[in-house]
Design a protein around this ligand. Structure first.
Ligand code: NAG
Ligand code: NAG
Ligand code: NAG
Length: 352
């Protein structure tokens, strides 16, 4: 009798052990990784076909041969459609900042630091915040908009997994109401940005920051550099990484959602710069790229579709810098107070 119970106990132990291993393998996604398709050889993503002609047709306001597969259903609540009207027609830079209705303190910190439109008297900059809607907040947002004229809002629910809609709303707004800029920078509202370094970077992305060091930021010499108008710049901190298959990850994706072993190269969503032509191509490309809920991955998927190679620059930091901001373009994770403090310091050191 004793023997039998002991034997049974051992058996149960083994069984539980096996079950645990099985669960760990499943939950951790080890098993899922085995079932993934090879990104390098098998990648395709709907719409799967030649969209070249249709992209041109869309850009020329014609009915495209192929009907778009991805069209968002929202309408503007606040349009700010006169934001980019300027006398000499062109803007140098437009900040399109992803914010949430409740983040008034972050927007105010940005308004008085890097988002300040008149930072440089000879450079035309515009700043807008893009928002969805939140219950019970509309009166406040309307008031804020009347005061600052820098809100663009549409009627989708403001939430993390609606970020792709928010981002693409920003693209659409830029294409329809602010098409006269050379560069667009998309930024989250918890970032430190150095406008000075953004402007230096877009002058000569391929040689930033060496060229600044060499020329000691002499304005006249810098004028010699200028990217051509049709350049397709999609720049920031570039990742080429595998999807999370770990069940409890915030970024967990199923094979059904995305079956390949790598994401396409993408720029982290917190801060990236687009030239005008890149904005145009990505916007129209999105009509033929199936929606994906992570906005940075989605832009990466669209970029692959329209064959834009993301440009990597290590001076876009997705963590908080603690020292040496000299060539920092973007840095992540600032409370409004930290932002104001850091930016004020850096401005007086000549780095912002
Ligand atoms: C937003 O506007 C669209 C277009 O008018 C409408 O179809 C949709 O239901 C609205 N969404 C919400 C959440 O109100
Ligand atoms: C995204 O917005 C739509 C439209 O307002 C809404 O129906 C949906 O619930 C939102 N999604 C999330 C995850 O909030
Ligand atoms: C950064 O800038 C500060 C102030 O302009 C200067 O003193 C320092 O030497 C610079 N650091 C580097 C690494 O260039």
């Amino acid at each position: 009798m004793f023997m039998r119970t002991a034997f049974l106990k051992v058996k149960i132990k083994h069984f539980l052990c096996l079950i645990s291993v099985f669960l760990i393998v499943v939950v951790s996604g080890l098993f899922t990784h085995l079932l993934e398709y090879d990104y390098h050889t098998d990648f395709k993503y709907p719409y799967d076909g030649d969209i070249h002609q249709s992209l041109l047709q869309l850009q020329q306001n014609q009915v495209p041969d192929i009907a778009p597969i991805n069209v968002y259903n929202y309408e503007y609540v606040i349009k700010s459609k006169n934001k980019c009207i300027v006398e000499d027609q062109t803007l140098r830079l437009v900040y399109i900042i992803k914010s949430a209705p409740e983040n008034l303190d972050r927007r105010n910190a940005i308004r008085k630091t890097w988002g300040y439109q008149k930072r440089f008297s000879d450079v035309e900059i515009r700043t807008v915040f893009i928002l969805g809607v939140k219950l019970g907040m509309q009166d406040k947002i309307n008031e804020e908009s009347l005061q600052y004229h820098d809100i663009v809002q549409a009627n989708f629910t403001d939430s993390y997994f609606n970020n792709t809609i928010k981002t693409m709303m920003g693209f659409k707004w830029a294409i329809t109401h602010c098409t006269n800029a050379k560069f667009y920078m998309f930024v989250d509202d918890d970032y430190y940005i150095s406008t000075k370094n953004v402007l230096r970077f877009v002058r000569n992305p391929g040689h930033y920051p060496e060229y600044v060091k060499n020329y000691k930021f002499n304005k006249d010499k810098l004028m010699e550099f200028e990217l051509p108008d049709d350049v397709r710049l999609y720049a920031g901190y570039v990742f080429f990484s595998p999807p999370h298959r770990h069940y409890f990850s915030k970024w967990f994706v199923t094979l059904n959602e995305y079956p390949f072993h790598m994401w396409p190269p993408y720029v982290t969503a917190g801060a990236y710069i687009l030239s005008h032509q890149a904005l145009v191509d990505l916007y129209y490309g999105s009509f033929y790229t199936q929606h994906f809920r992570f906005d940075d991955i989605y832009i990466g998927l669209v970029a692959k579709k329209v064959q834009i190679e993301p440009f990597h620059c290590e001076h876009f930091h997705f963590y908080k810098k603690t020292y040496d901001y000299n060539f920092t373009i973007a840095s992540h994770g600032y409370s409004p107070t930290e932002l104001v403090r850091t930016w004020t310091q850096q401005k007086s050191s000549g780095n912002a």
